[in-house]
Design a protein around this ligand. Structure first.
Ligand code: GDG
Length: 467
């Protein structure tokens, strides 16, 4: 069996087990099965410019190879091109992008350096799987070292329409580098279609079949692989005795018997201010919800060095204060805003204890919170998911109440619908949603991607792949 090599910006802590979430566990399990290798940045920044060395450590049967970034690399590759340009642009927020030539230069250099550091660790029969927007050109850099292994790339965030991508300096180069892989996976059909449009309209490429595109003299498999969660494990966490205790505590501590929950990294893509405005409108239009319903928004900090994140935090805190000031009373706080990481076990319990899961990003590659909320519910008396049509998850989860995250009134109406929905309808919707998330769980995601990648390896061995 070939060894799996995963490269991603950060390498997960495999000791954290279930606490670190489904993706880390799913990739960790696949790596542990074949004594695989996980390669990436170690999360540290060093001040001097001498190139950092790779450190190797073993964790739960997996070799972790990690490397530090220099201050300059961190500023240009990580904060700059990845998070001030690709992240906002790929989420359709060109207004928040920052463009600077040194960002593109730093991004290229770091991808080159990381590829160079990975090459000596590779073995002849490895399968290489590279993740996400930080490392798009890493495959091309590996190829330039003569690496001919089967190599796949998975984009966790949306792929934007060509009109948006054209505003990203380096877009033509980025797309060309994607053609160094054998498999390029996206979250949704819509992402695949946007990529194919760019390739056909701006890169002189063509579609060979439903799953195959050709450009730059090379053909690649491009398909959607919707990412999922470990449904059974998450359900078990939400129904463990510790979760019962959390729910009892929540009910004791809160005068309002009904909870709406939102869980998101505090990111401007997640539509948080509009969500709060919809909750405020709910209290205005349907006064029966006052002192009866609480909205809990868990929003741990993220990327705080980027200015746009400081702004969204201020806006959110302002709105929370305004709503609580206007509607709150000595015995009821309408919005509970938690700007901290909550342990995963507590999170699972809070989902289960909440009648509505309120998930309304402006754009999201997939959105795992939507799937976690469904998995945590009690099938006999489940809560209702209110979901943005612009989350990748909406392509699969059409039995949720699908909303436009820009339309505050529509979200308010959906909240009221969710709060008043009869039990039989909640059960029907939940059953259908559960079926979907179980079909496309994280193991199915991983296995289908790896099967596509192995297929390319076999094809190449059979001499069929044009390179
Ligand atoms: C990217 C894409 C895509 C959040 N707060 C806490 C906490 N979380 C966990 C959630 C969930 C995860 O973080 C967030 O995943 P999402 O999918 O919702 O969003 P991103 O972080 O933006 O992830 C996204 C994903 O990659 C996977 O491909 O779905 O579209 O943007 O698991 O539960 N976990 C804990 N405490 C918190 O306070 N323990």
């Amino acid at each position: 069996m070939s060894r799996l090599v995963v490269a991603s910006n950060r390498v997960a802590d495999l000791e954290a087990g279930a606490r670190s979430g489904g993706l880390a566990v799913a990739l960790g399990d696949a790596l542990a099965e074949g004594q695989g290798l996980w390669f990436g940045w170690d999360g540290t920044v060093i001040e001097d410019d001498r190139s950092a060395q790779v450190s190797i450590a073993e964790q739960r049967g997996v070799t972790k190879a990690t490397i530090a970034l220099t201050r300059r690399e961190h500023d240009t590759y990580y904060l700059g091109y990845s998070n001030k340009l690709l992240w906002p642009a790929f989420h359709y927020r060109l207004d928040l992008t920052e463009i600077a030539p040194r960002f593109l230069d730093g991004y290229r250099r770091v991808n080159r350096r990381l590829a160079g550091a990975l090459v000596p660790l590779l073995r002849p029969d490895d399968l290489i799987w590279i993740h996400d927007y930080h490392l798009i050109p890493m495959g091309a850099e590996l190829r330039s070292h003569g690496i001919v292994h089967p190599m796949g790339f998975f984009l966790h965030i949306p792929f934007p329409s060509p009109d948006i991508l054209l505003a990203v300096p380096g877009h033509d180069w980025l797309v060309r580098t994607l053609f160094s892989y054998d498999v390029v996976g996206f979250q949704t059909r819509s992402d695949v279609a946007q990529f194919a449009r760019y390739v056909e309209e701006h890169a002189g490429g063509r579609r060979l079949s439903r799953d195959r595109l050709e450009a730059f003299g090379r053909s690649i498999v491009t398909r959607e692989f919707p990412i999922g969660i470990d449904v059974a494990a998450f359900h078990a966490t939400a129904h463990a005795p510790a979760a019962d205790a959390h729910i009892a505590r929540l009910e004791r501590r809160s005068m309002a018997g009904v909870h709406i929950i939102g869980v998101d990294r505090l990111d401007y893509t997640k539509g948080l201010p509009e969500r709060l405005k919809a909750f405020r409108r709910l209290l205005e239009l349907y006064p029966e919800n006052r002192k009866a319903v609480t909205f809990m928004q868990i929003a741990p900090p993220t990327r705080e060095e980027v200015y746009a994140y400081a702004e969204i935090r201020q806006e959110l805190e302002g709105l929370t204060g305004a709503i609580n000031g206007e509607f709150g009373d000595y015995d009821w706080t309408p919005v509970r805003y938690v700007h901290r990481i909550v342990p995963r076990e507590t999170l699972a319990a809070l989902y289960r204890g909440s009648k509505v899961g309120f998930v309304t990003p402006f754009r999201d590659g997939m959105n795992l919170v939507a799937k976690e909320y469904i998995a945590a519910q009690d099938a006999d008396d489940p809560g209702v998911l209110v979901l943005s049509r612009f989350a990748g998850a909406a392509e699969e989860l059409d039995q949720a109440l699908i909303v436009n995250p820009y339309d505050v009134d529509e979200m308010t109406a959906a909240l009221q619908h969710a709060l008043t929905m009869r039990k039989y309808e909640r059960r029907d919707r939940h059953r259908a949603l559960m079926k979907r998330i179980m079909q496309n769980d994280v193991n199915a995601w991983r296995e289908s991607f790896l099967a596509a990648l192995r297929g390319c390896g076999d094809r190449r061995q059979g001499g069929m792949n044009a390179n």
